[in-house]
Design a protein around this ligand. Structure first.
Ligand code: SF4
Length: 365
């Protein structure tokens, strides 16, 4: 079973944060010396990371810089974008041509790769996987944290779907996604996950409703990483069927209670979130009174509000959040320890989206 360890770094400087996460996890312990390391970002569409849809190339740069400092020299970056998107175009638009040049990494479009069928006994399924991924000596999964209309969450496990041919992606959808995603995680073990949690999407894997969370986090167990990601955006891990199945198939464990969490820079959360800049996130932000709120609080709050809106349970009063409420007394609801003087309020710095959801859902109006 992979080590139950998570490292979380708050901020927006993705390259530095990714390097801090790698250092805290001491990833050099877990990678074969001298191996070619393959990075798998999420480039589902050809849109920059500010859209909320894709992994920023500076996450890849941080991981490669750290490994370079520790003696690794050979890197590859692989992806097969969503049906109808040319991966080469996604590499270009998302900034991967430039980052690959900087580190001498190969860029491999998995749409042009041969594929092999793998039987996953635990799942009672075969999955077809691109050969470059199957033969990789070490895979580092670099997802972006997003909600997903069908699967609820797309992060570490679901990002691996970019390692299968297009016809297999279609079959995954026909099979309802959850079992094949968990089976693929069993067929394609990853050495490490580093998540771009700086900007993700509120509802949809192709972006359009970007929400800032201002953090990078990672670990060796993709199920554990996804369990943490699920909590951030307002879900219990058991609400995501592919996480439960992946546990059942022996991929890892989603038990956050049994994991060691290393929060690297709790006191350095960037103050003053950028306003929700589009679509549904901007609409939900109208129900929030934010004063110098960190995105680490504001982002999970928007995710919780989205889940409440889906359930028709949005609070009737504006929800208050941010460092600007420190020391003030008054009416809540307030979210985060900065609103301790408001009644009612939810402690935590920051609270998870799931804790916010439970708090707001149980409010007496
Ligand atoms: S509780 Fe306050 S300091 Fe902590 S994350 Fe929220 S807004 Fe920032």
């Amino acid at each position: 079973m992979p080590e139950a360890l998570l490292a979380i770094a708050y901020g927006r400087a993705r390259r530095e944060l990714a390097m801090q996460v790698c250092a805290a996890l001491k990833i050099e312990r877990r990678l074969p010396p001298g191996a070619t390391v393959w990075l798998k970002p999420n480039l589902v569409v050809a849109k920059p990371s500010s859209s909320g849809a894709t992994t920023d190339p500076e996450i890849a740069a941080g991981v490669m810089a750290y490994l370079n400092d520790h003696g690794w020299r050979r890197f590859g970056i692989m992806e097969s974008s969503w049906l109808g998107t040319a991966t080469r175009e996604a590499f270009r638009v998302c900034g991967y041509e430039e980052v690959a040049r900087r580190f001498g990494a190969q860029l491999v479009d998995l749409k042009a790769d041969a594929a092999e069928r793998m039987e996953v006994e635990e799942a009672g399924l075969t999955v077809e996987v691109c050969r470059t991924a199957l033969r990789a000596e070490a895979i580092i999964d670099l997802p972006v944290l997003k909600a997903h209309s069908q699967a609820k969450l797309t992060c570490a496990l679901k990002n691996l779907k970019g390692c299968v041919p297009d016809r297999e992606k279609r079959r995954f959808h026909a099979l309802g996604l959850h079992r094949p995603i968990a089976a693929l995680a069993k067929a394609l073990p990853v050495a490490l996950v580093v998540v771009d949690g700086v900007t993700g999407d509120l509802t949809f894997e192709e972006g359009g409703n970007p929400v800032d969370m201002d953090q990078v986090f990672g670990g060796f167990d993709p199920v554990l990483v996804d369990a943490y990601a699920a909590e951030l955006i307002g879900y219990a891990p058991w609400e995501i069927p592919y996480l439960t199945l992946a546990e059942e198939f022996g991929v890892g464990s989603g038990s956050l209670a049994q994991a060691r969490l290393l929060v690297l820079n709790s006191g350095e959360k960037p103050r003053g979130s950028r306003p929700a800049c589009g679509g549904r996130a901007a609409v939900l932000a109208e129900a929030v009174e934010a004063r110098e709120a960190c995105s680490a609080c504001y982002g999970p709050l928007l995710h919780a509000m989205a889940r409440l809106k889906e359930a028709g349970r949005l609070p009737s009063r504006p929800v208050r959040v941010g460092q600007g409420f420190r020391g003030l007394r008054g009416e809540g609801p307030g979210v985060g320890s900065c609103t301790a003087g408001l009644a009612p309020h939810l402690p935590g710095c920051p609270p998870t989206g799931r804790a916010i959801l439970d708090f707001l859902r149980d409010l007496k109006e």
